[in-house]
Ligand binder design. Structure first.
Ligand code: SF4
Length: 333
């Protein structure tokens, strides 16, 4: 196996609020190699977005990374001061956010917003930054880049704005690309185009990619590895084939069964599993999924299950993992 380009160890990001401490990410560990895609899945509030923001060190107060290590190559990002982190963010690690309108400055021209990142991170003059920006706009499929360079974000469609964000994120040829629900706001046809584009740029750059999504169709199309999160913790991790063919955690199985139930409607967004995700400021002592878990036993309410490697990197946090035989279902994609 190739050397990981990103190693996250014991990451904890907590929010101190009047209601108490919200453990949005609580002890996350994983590695990622160049050229590979990790999809992080889970319901709203599972910690997937806070995890990706933590890697970028973009968590706003009252959130704080309270523990852990985030190694990019040999550098622990959590030990860098803000100026050092700025050099890595947008250069070696690029990020594509869910809502391009919120990420682009409405008062500045599209081309200038991309060129600015190039000027900050690379030793080039304005003419060279403009030339590279035009190349990037063409690369992400913006027609007539010269003519569109001076347009403002509101003059672009949602899909085109997302292409601009991708151009901006890859402007410095990052080693790691993080995309947080990059297609959620787009219609299905544009979604497919944007995913194809992300795959192409990843292949060209050999970047590692972290893709945060709640859409299992996106996971099936994009992932090499899948991390399933619940209540701030990783509950299952495996390569994509294993997750779909042999899910072991009851929560993962619930997500996949939701997908099967929805197949008739040809939709792939997660149907809610019965019950509500827990209040993160008042997590139960035992397994956070216990109140919703059809397999729960007494032990589940008493102590949290440790994450176990059950075979070749397939990790599961469940007291009953040994009893839950692989569910091989031919109908799962
Ligand atoms: Fe369900 Fe218990 Fe496993 Fe949690 S530990 S997922 S409650 S069986």
């Amino acid at each position: 196996m190739a050397e990981p380009i990103l190693q996250v160890q014991g990451l904890r990001t907590h929010f101190t609020t009047r209601q108490g401490v919200i453990k949005a990410v609580d002890g996350l560990s994983f590695n990622l190699e160049a050229g590979k895609t990790l999809c992080i899945v889970g319901e709203s509030g599972s910690g997937k977005t806070v995890s990706s923001l933590s890697i970028m060190r973009l968590v706003d107060l009252p959130g704080r990374i309270v523990e852990g290590q985030i190694l990019y190559r040999d550098t622990d990002l959590l030990k860098l001061d803000e100026a050092e982190m700025e050099k890595i963010r947008g250069d070696r690690i690029g990020m594509v956010f869910q809502d391009p309108m919120a990420s682009l400055n409405p008062a500045f021209r599209i081309g200038d917003q991309i060129a600015e990142g190039i000027l900050i991170h690379q030793e080039v003059d304005k003419a060279e930054a403009r030339k590279r920006t035009l190349e990037l706009l063409a690369q992400v499929g913006i027609p007539h880049p010269e003519a569109r360079y001076g347009d403002y974000p509101h003059q672009f469609s949602g899909g085109m704005r997302q292409r601009v964000l991708i151009a901006s994120a890859i402007a410095c040829r990052p080693d790691i690309l993080i995309a947080d629900e990059p297609t959620t706001a787009l219609d299905v046809t544009i979604q497919a185009q944007i995913l194809k584009l992300l795959k192409e740029v990843q292949r060209n750059l050999n970047s590692a990619m972290i893709l945060v999504t709640h859409d299992l169709g996106v996971v099936a199309a994009m992932a090499d590895y899948v991390m399933v999160m619940y209540a701030g913790r990783m509950v299952e991790y495996a390569d994509v084939e294993t997750i779909f063919a042999q899910p072991r955690h009851p929560y993962t199985r619930g997500l996949l069964e939701s997908l099967i139930r929805l197949e008739d409607t040809r939709e792939t967004e997660l149907a809610p599993i019965p019950g509500m995700p827990p209040d993160l400021s008042r997590l139960p002592a035992g397994c956070s999924f216990a109140p919703r878990c059809p397999a729960a036993i007494e032990t589940c309410g008493a102590r949290y299950p440790a994450l176990q490697d059950i075979s070749g990197g397939h990790q599961v946090a469940c007291h009953l993992v040994a009893d839950l035989a692989p569910a091989v279902d031919e109908t799962v994609p």
